[in-house]
Ligand binder design. Structure first.
Ligand code: CAA
Length: 381
């Protein structure tokens, strides 16, 4: 049975900081961010957008009433959890008005967990061929003010509908994975901001890519020549490019490099969205690139700490018809640029309890209140 992605969409908050503004405030050369990291902007979440509202906004771009009836499993990938116990998937299911006869769970392993969610979704559909699974990755990447990681922050969510006979991408059955207990990036439960050993994390990312891509080739019998595009987890674009350069040369594989550009068009404007980052890159490739049906796409998922996986998908004939490119263009176009001071306030304004949020903007789903540590959301009529 072929199983894979039938629908896919992202949501990002409507505010962003230009990295040129950040460079000016930090006395840094703006070229370090635009050419050194290959990033232009980063999305910043206001107080009324948390991981649940962002996930609901992403999912509502693609789900029909029929999908909602057929979904019986919600897998919520995040490393920005809002509760140590309760899964954000339960809040999401209610906000989306899903039926109660579903399973709903939250998954954590840094930026990797949306990838295992796809694997779990496949296993579920193998046992229940008529079911549809909603997979979301939703995160707010905060390193904090005046940290090395500051230019690599971001916020956003990706939602995917996984079914049999997929309309966009068939997930192939070869997976190469690796786990190692390291501290390259982590966030202890008492902390709002991530801890990171930046240069170590870069080295680990590249080493895991080498290991998993080699293993994938060994397991599948495929080689680089079998791929039309390689997509990566994109904490910032340069690290994806550097990784691609370890397996391909521009002179011999120009198509892979062109497709890498397409696959990072959106990520450059959004920054790191952790669990959704690889899938934002996939959307960017599909919507901006010129891939044909049956083309194979490689996917490298990396979650610090660390678990990594290399896997692949084959494009379905007519896949372009099932993309929601216009919605995504609108989301990016309608954003507002922040001043440095507005960014600094927004980044550090992290709601905990006894918060009443003004219903102030035009986003469909918003957080409106936290009282007695219960979160309440609103859907714009
Ligand atoms: N003009 C042009 N380029 C410049 C420049 C200038 N004036 N100044 C520096 N550069 C270039 C450097 O040469 C370097 O490029 P290369 O990688 O091609 O050599 C690039 O800009 C970055 O420079 P530095 O390494 O000196 O930058 P830094 O010390 O400030 O650290 C960072 C960069 C490690 C990415 C840091 O921002 C960070 O810690 N970020 C968070 C961690 C992270 O994203 N890690 C990625 C792997 S872990 C992961 O993937 C999980 C996750 O989501 C976090």
């Amino acid at each position: 049975m072929k199983i894979g992605i039938s629908k896919i969409s992202f949501f990002v908050p409507k505010y962003y900081l230009s990295l040129a503004t950040l460079a000016e405030a930090r006395g840094a050369d703006p070229l370090k961010y635009t050419n050194g990291l290959l990033q232009n902007k980063m999305a910043v979440a206001p107080i009324n957008q948390d991981i649940v509202s962002m996930a609901a906004n992403a999912a509502s771009n693609i789900l029909t009433e029929e999908d909602k009836k057929d979904i019986d499993l919600v897998l919520f990938a995040t490393e920005s959890g809002i509760d140590h116990s309760k899964a954000a998937a339960t809040n999401l299911a209610q906000l989306l008005n899903l039926k109660s006869e579903i399973r709903a769970i939250e998954l954590k392993q840094a930026c990797y967990s949306a990838t295992i969610a796809l694997y779990f979704a496949k296993g579920h559909i193998l046992q229940n061929p008529n079911s549809k699974v909603l997979v979301v990755g939703s995160d707010i990447a905060r390193y904090g003010l005046e940290t090395d990681g500051e230019p690599t922050q971001g916020a956003g969510a990706v939602a995917m509908l996984i079914t049999k006979k997929p309309k966009i991408l068939v997930l192939e059955n070869t997976y190469a994975f690796n786990t190692s207990n390291i501290y390259d990036f982590w966030r202890p439960v008492t902390m709002d901001y991530a801890l990171v050993d930046g240069h170590f994390s870069n080295e680990q990312y590249k080493a895991f890519f080498k290991t998993t891509f080699e293993k994938y080739q060994e397991k599948s019998g495929l080689t680089l020549a079998d791929f039309k595009a390689m997509t990566f987890h994109i904490p910032y674009t340069k690290i994806g490019l550097r990784s691609l350069q370890t397996i391909a040369k521009l002179s011999t594989h120009p198509e892979l490099f062109k497709n890498f550009e397409y696959s990072t068009t959106y990520n450059k404007e959004v920054g790191n969205i952790y669990t959704g980052s690889l899938y934002l890159s996939l959307i960017s490739l599909l919507e901006n690139g010129k891939l044909k049906s049956k083309d194979r796409i490689g996917m490298f998922s990396y979650g610090s700490g660390a678990v990594a996986e290399f896997f692949s998908g084959i494009l379905v004939p007519g896949y372009k018809k099932h993309l929601v490119k216009d919605i995504h263009k609108q989301i990016l176009k309608n954003r507002q640029k922040l001043t440095f001071n507005a960014y600094a306030k927004m980044l550090t304004d992290i709601p905990k309890n006894d918060v009443l949020v003004e219903y102030e903007d035009d986003q469909t789903f918003q957080l409106v209140e936290i009282s007695d540590y219960e979160r309440k959301y609103m859907k714009k009529a």
